[in-house]
Write a protein that binds this ligand. Sequence first.
Ligand code: PLP
Ligand code: COI
Length: 341
Amino acid sequence: MGKKNIDWANIGFGYQKTDKRYVSNYKNGAWDEGTLTSDDTITISECAGVLQYAQTVFEGLKAYTTEKGQIVIFRPDLNAERLESSASRLEMPVFPKERFIDAVVKTVEANEAYVPPYGSGATLYIRPYMFGSSPVIGVKPAQEYQFRVFTTPVGPYFKGGAKPITIKVSDFDRAAPHGTGHIKAGLNYAMSLHAIVTAHEEGFDENMYLDAATRTKVEETGGANFIFVTKDNKVVTPKSNSILPSITRRSLMTVAKDYLGLEVEEREVTLEEVKDFAECGLCGTAAVISPVGRINDHGKEINFPSGMEEMGPVTKKLYETLTGIQMGRIEAPEGWIKVIK
Ligand code: PLP
Ligand code: COI
């Protein structure tokens, strides 16, 4: 199939309408069979649960063109499982795992012309989501829901791609100790908008959120988990019940251990010890691995030895191995890659 005439190397992380999207509706306790549609608009009640009480959850994954020209997706089973736990936490029905994967595959197939070519630096971002579509005015779950999947071609999440970024320690909290930080709910992102706009106005690329209870431990950013590298090459990632269980981070810990032979630790990380790490990076589907060169903690700067010009050496190896697996240059662990065609 011919590709769309898009300047793949120069697209940023933005929305671009593609040809088809998947839709399935939940009514009277059951999902309908689902279908692909060309209609990118949604008509719902003015009183829909999503509009009044933010009853919406989503996922994010990507389709890649491999070195051999296949189109593949990365660990969609984990996105399906995470959508399930997000939906359950917001009292929404579960969209079955097999159907989730099938919907993603169908949507990517239908938008094949938008899957960026191998080596272009771009990928096709896939956004599955679900929302309460029927009216609610008392605070309670909706009776009806819609599940959708759309795709959009994207470039790097942070301008400059692999160039290290500067982040600030935020004075805002992202998630309460027993709240919803561990699920992918729209509400977590709505409440981070003021914090990210403030950070950008102050010249920072992102926020580092701390644990809300003690404000001493590192949590995550608005859209990615942290990985740190110690001076003796150990890969450390914060453990917390109020951060999103990133699929990229879980995969990177396996890559570090099994492919690079590095020691890995998932544990609480204090803000106090961050200055002692050699490298810092943000990881996620959108962020891939974005190196952090500097953290500003209320005027006090932490400058990582890896500097502001390049990724640190361990971060780079992690990046190259993970993207090598995703693009088919390196053999993947069993079950990580689903070939679409
Ligand atoms: N943390 C937050 C808050 C996110 O929004 C994301 C993005 O999905 C991640 C972490 C990274 O998760 P994943 O690697 O599964 O994309
Ligand atoms: C993703 O990485 O898929 C996300 O959902 C993060 C978002 C901030 C774009």
